[in-house]
Design a protein around this ligand. Structure first.
Ligand code: C2E
Ligand code: MG
Ligand code: MG
Ligand code: MG
Length: 279
C-alpha cells in the first residue's frame, strides 16, 4: 500500500501545482496511453460461503501498473477517470475482460463462479450501458446469472425513477445487482426494498470493530436479519479475522470477503477452498 500512498501524493501535488485544465489533459493522455498499452489488469478477490469455505464467486478489482510510478490503486485513478469521462472506456474494458476471464475459468474448472464488476455512476446512467452488458455476455458466453454488477446507494437515490428503470432492464437480462458499501450512504433497507436488487455488501467500516464494539455487532446483526426477510443475499466485505468470520457465520451472513481469506490477486492465484466454519 506504500506504493499507492506515494502515488496519491504524486497526484495531489500535481493537481495543486498545475492549473486544473493542464492537470486533466495530462492525466487524460496518461489514461489513454494506459488503455492503449494495456497497463490495466484485473485482480480478483473471492467471495466465500463461510459454512463450507467454498468460493462462490469473485470480485474484479482494477489495477493500473504505471511504467514509472508502479501500481496505482483504483481509489486514486477511478475518481479522476470519472472526471475526464474515460471511466466509460475503462469500464467497458473491465466488463469485457472480467466476463471473458471468468467464463474461461468456469469452462476449464467446470465451475459456476459468479463475477462481480464495480460500475461507476457515469457508466450506469449512460444510454448504451445495457447494450454493453449484452455485448460482454455475448462475446464471453458467460451466462447472465453469473454476472453481478456492484453499484452504490448514491447511484440509486438521485433520480430514483430512472435508476429503477435501468435496474429493471438489467434484471431482465438476467444479470444480478448488488449494492456495494452498504450502510455508508443515506438509504435504508426499507427504501432498497423497492429496488430490484439481489445482494447487499456490508461496508468494511461495520466489520472492522465488530468484535469489540457491541453497537456495530448489533447493527450488523439486524441488517443481516432484515435483509434476509427481504430476500436479499448479504455479503460482508473487509473480513480480516477469524473472530469476525465466526460472528458473521453465526449471524447467517451468506458470503464473506476479505484479507482473512484472500487478498485480491491475479486469477491464476485463485484458490477454491478455505476454512469451513460449520459448527
Ligand atoms: P470496493 O468495490 O468496495 O472494493 C473493496 C476494496 O476493499 C478493494 O480495494 C479491496 O482490495 C479492499 N479489501 C478487500 N478486502 C479487504 C480487507 O480485508 N481489508 C481491507 N483493508 N481492504 C480490503 P481496491 O481494490 O483498492 O478498490 C477500491 C475501490 O475502487 C473499490 O471499492 C471500487 O469502488 C473501486 N474499483 C475497483 N475496481 C473498479 C473497477 O473496475 N471499476 C470501477 N468503477 N471501480 C472500481
Ligand atoms: Mg465492490
Ligand atoms: Mg465494497
Ligand atoms: Mg468499500
Amino acid at each position: 500500500k506504500n506504493q499507492g500512498r506515494n502515488t496519491w501524493h504524486w497526484y495531489e501535488e500535481t493537481s495543486k501545482k498545475m492549473a486544473p485544465e493542464m492537470d486533466y489533459s495530462y492525466l487524460r493522455l496518461e489514461l489513454m496511453e494506459a488503455l492503449r498499452e494495456e497497463q490495466f489488469s484485473l485482480f480478483y478477490q473471492p467471495l466465500i460461503d463461510p459454512v463450507t469455505g467454498l468460493v462462490k464467486g469473485v470480485e474484479a478489482l482494477i489495477r493500473w501498473f504505471h511504467p514509472e510510478r508502479g501500481y496505482i490503486f483504483p481509489d486514486v485513478f477511478i475518481p479522476l477517470a470519472e472526471r475526464t469521462g474515460q471511466i466509460i472506456a475503462i469500464g467497458q474494458w473491465v466488463l469485457k475482460k472480467a466476463c471473458r476471464d471468468i467464463a474461461e475459468w468456469n469452462r476449464t474448472h467446470q465451475s459456476q463462479l459468479t463475477v462481480s464488476v464495480n460500475i461507476s455512476p457515469l457508466q450506469f446512467r449512460r444510454t448504451g450501458f445495457l447494450q454493453e452488458l449484452e455485448y460482454a455476455l455475448t462475446i464471453s458466453e458467460l451466462p447472465a446469472e453469473l454476472l453481478k454488477i456492484e453499484i452504490t446507494e448514491g447511484m440509486v437515490i438521485i433520480g430514483a425513477d430512472r435508476a429503477i428503470e435501468i435496474l429493471k432492464s438489467i434484471r431482465n437480462l438476467g444479470v444480478q445487482v448488488a449494492i456495494d458499501d452498504f450502510g455508508t450512504g443515506y438509504s435504508s433497507l426499507s427504501y432498497l426494498r423497492r429496488l430490484p436488487i439481489n445482494q447487499i455488501k456490508l461496508d468494511r467500516s461495520f466489520i472492522e470493530h465488530l468484535t469489540e464494539n457491541d453497537q456495530d455487532a448489533a447493527i450488523v446483526q439486524s441488517i443481516i436479519h432484515l435483509a434476509h426477510q427481504l430476500d436479499l443475499e448479504v455479503v460482508a466485505e473487509g473480513v480480516e479475522t477469524l473472530k469476525q468470520a465466526s460472528f458473521l457465520h453465526q449471524q447467517g451472513c451468506d458470503l464473506v470477503q476479505g484479507y482473512f481469506y484472500a487478498r485480491p490477486a491475479p486469477l491464476s492465484d485463485l484458490k477454491l477452498t478455505y476454512i469451513a466454519l460449520a459448527d
